[in-house]
Design a protein around this ligand. Sequence first.
Ligand SMILES: [Zn+2]
Length: 257
Amino acid sequence: MIPFRIGTTSYILPDEILPNVRYLADKVRDIELVLFEVDDDLSNLPSAEVISQLAELARENDLTYTVHLPLDLRLGSHGQEGHRALIKARGVMERTRPLDPWAYVVHLDGINSGAQSAWVERSARALEQAADWAGDPAHIAVENLEGHAEGLIEPVLDRVAVSRCVDVGHLWADGLDPIPLIRKALPRTRVIHLHGIAERDHRSLLHVPPGRLNPVLECLLRGNYRGVVTMEVFNEEDFVSSQAVLERAMKKLWAKS
Ligand SMILES: [Zn+2]
């Protein structure tokens, strides 16, 4: 029995969220609802009616959801709390509340505007606001992105008791060894993202050499991790093969331990 909640994204079939969740419900234990916004009118935020169907599918199948917010969390450039990203975050949290999400996965906006200390301050305040809406700061999981300077988000995390989403694929893409970071971050981690890199990112775990993947899984087992592990891929072939790779790797690790 795999001790973590293995999951994947809400876009495995080329269809909307609900048919994807119906397809995945008996195959995974968590589904990452990937929300996006193209412009003000065009977003894929499910209607209240769809949300209640998603909640029912979760109850019937022992499923959880992680909700990926559509915009990078930020305050306005002068610290205003009325920034579009925050207003949007609030709307998403209110709509998805019946799902009692395992975590809201958030990105912090880029640091290219202004000094580091001001950015830390603004980011911490945006997270505090979001944590208020979520009802529990631990349910906000801040994700590391590709190209993040080492230690970039730590000063923000020192300020607010939010959780982490460790995206291992992004660390691999940056050529970093994820193990020291996972070990350090694990007590605060609610979500792990895994994906392979081929001709583009977010491909099957088939593209991750076992010598890279196995130490990560071993680290999670040793650390008694009980959170979500999302195979962050976006088509059926990558999903099915990633799941097979994970199961095979976990079986071997169990046999060893
Ligand atoms: Zn990710």
